[in-house]
Design a protein around this ligand. Sequence first.
Ligand SMILES: NC(=O)C1=CN([C@@H]2O[C@H](COP(=O)(O)OP(=O)(O)OC[C@H]3O[C@@H](n4cnc5c(N)ncnc54)[C@H](O)[C@@H]3O)[C@@H](O)[C@H]2O)C=CC1
Ligand SMILES: O=C(O)C1=N[C@H](C(=O)O)C[C@H](O)C1
Length: 254
Amino acid sequence: MTTRIAVTGATGRMGREVIEAAGEDDRFEVAVAVSRSPGGAIAGVEVRDAADLPALLADHDPDALVDFTGPESSVERVAACAEAGVPAVVGTTGFTEEQLAALSEAAADVPVLRASNFSRGIAALRRAVREAVVALPGYDVEVTETHHDGKRDAPSGTALTILDDIEAERDDLEERTYGREGDAPRSPGEVGVHARRAGDVAGEHEVLLAGEDNVLELTHRAGSRRVFAAGALDAAAWLAGREPGRYDFTEVLE
Ligand SMILES: NC(=O)C1=CN([C@@H]2O[C@H](COP(=O)(O)OP(=O)(O)OC[C@H]3O[C@@H](n4cnc5c(N)ncnc54)[C@H](O)[C@@H]3O)[C@@H](O)[C@H]2O)C=CC1
Ligand SMILES: O=C(O)C1=N[C@H](C(=O)O)C[C@H](O)C1
């Protein structure tokens, strides 16, 4: 069966990648692609004006929309999905609590699956980290992420998800310390958080656990953006036709 998708942010790094990945996979067809900078084509798909999204969704009736844009835009695009009855896969990161509430509101009308990371490797890293923090109680924990120089939000959405996972397992960790400078010795309840921006790194996340004479480092490196695009497409195929509500990428992987 073919899943017909709509793609937003089509001219962005991830939008482009999703269109190209869908074009190389018989299971998908790009029904419509939009950008706020329309014109031209990507992998043979015409890029339409994002301002026309509501009408385009009504005309093309895709099985799901895939959104990798920015928080404000993402909220608007998902609201358009709610209006048109189109399931939404959201990969955008950097949302405020208010914006997350708006996405939840849309999920009353259509299925919405949001994930800070669509790589299967990160799903495995999250499981390993949860197990490690339980197995190593009292260990110091530091989270470091590295991304390309164009990334806007810091720390990354994935780092924030990993921090939530760690804090859910270790209630002695109650303070996130973002970088360190000057006279800044470690205090027991802190988790260090570090964001690096350099070159064209697709995405790296490292969790360091250290105790007396024992150091464990768990690292995931995305070799390219294709891993995120592939995961988002899997999520779109899985989400199409589901009941309204909020869904998680881990459900796609079960
Ligand atoms: N969940 C995941 O697996 C992944 C998530 N991301 C997230 O996806 C998002 C996009 O990343 P990239 O493609 O690298 O960014 P990008 O900057 O290359 O592309 C963003 C696209 O969204 C559009 N856009 C942004 N704000 C907009 C607005 N207010 N109105 C209309 N259009 C708007 C831009 O025109 C552009 O086409 C980021 O939040 C990033 O963190 C990126 C990679 C993987
Ligand atoms: O902006 C990116 O590039 C990425 N963003 C996501 C995040 O913020 O976690 C996922 C991935 O690491 C790439």
